[in-house]
Design a protein. Sequence first.
Length: 430
Amino acid sequence: MTRLDSPNFDFKTFSGFYKLTSLERLKKIQALNSEITDADIETLMKTGSLKLETINGMIENAVGAISVPLGLGVNFLINNKVYVVPMAVEEPSVIAAACNAAKLTLDTGGFTATTTDQIMISQIQVLDLSDPQKAKHLVEENKKQILEIANRTGKTLNKLGGGAKNLRTRVISTRVGKMLIVELLVDCLDAMGANVVSAMAELAAPYIEELTRGRVLLRILSNLSDLRLARASCVVSKEKLGGEKVVDNIVAAAAFAEADPYRAATHNKGIMNGVSSVILATANDTRAIEAGAHAYAAKDGSYTSLTKWVKNENGDLEGSIELPLAVGIIGGATKTNPVAQIALKILRVKSAAELAQVAAVVGLAQNLGAIRALATTGIIKGHMKLHAKNIAISAGAIGEAIELIAQKMIDENNVRFSRAKELLASLKKH
């Protein structure tokens, strides 16, 4: 068998690859790549809470599962309800920052959060129109019939009160000419809804094509779910933050992010550290959430902050966040993944809207923790302590040795893998 690094590699080698078992796939790759050991294969076959047969039903060409640390965010009081929040994230200091920031809000009532209706947008692209405006009016005049056709799919959703509720139309100019965009507005209730809204577009497309005498091309959901917004806010007293000067510094740092897209990118990345960790812990679609959030941050023509921090008349800090959050608590990977089901039990959320509220709050708390650190001691001090622990663990430290080695590297200002190995060897000698 020709190896992967051969200039004569034949891609026919992968013919029927999808038909193999996970172990057979790994053995085949091992035969092509000498770096893959039997120990590597054994590690990949240990898939934890996800069984291999389940994984093979979730994705193609499955060979294992990669674990992400799962931690718990505490100190969260949201709409007068206490939450313990599962957060799946590999980056040090994220959970600690969120917990510490949430604690700062307790004296002032915690967080307030709301959501809009759970409306997803499904788009139907119509091309080759002799009169796009006339086609637009025809679609609008036949809205009732189009919605009826769309609702022939997703019958369970319809029975529960959801489904296609409205449509809107736009004629847009592009570099290949004008086109009509028909958008179905679908109430997804407690589902994320990606599959059902796309299916509705597929079902309605032939009628729209017949009606407009155009050519339908794309029929797909939009991940800019700006009709499915989550909002959260909080107040933090100046005393908790260390004085009014700190409040002023945080407000100035926030203004920087609002005005400058280079700063806003990192500012919003920090927000999504919190949001996406909740989304991942509940097996929702992190890519969809990230795409929607960043698109929403640029909705007015320039990329800006997803949060706003101001000083109120008492000199205290007030923060708010608004972003699209299309999440579900039923169906998809959320239903398949047993850890996600446990995460939802820990959260005690009863609806997709409530999950979105929690995710928005965690994003706001994460941003507060980061921007407070940046405006005072800097971000590195707290982050480096946790990073040093990771380096110590990577070097082989266990138990009390982790803290000892991490602290020694921080004291020396020398957080490196090679130094961790030296310190670990020294500890073993003693």
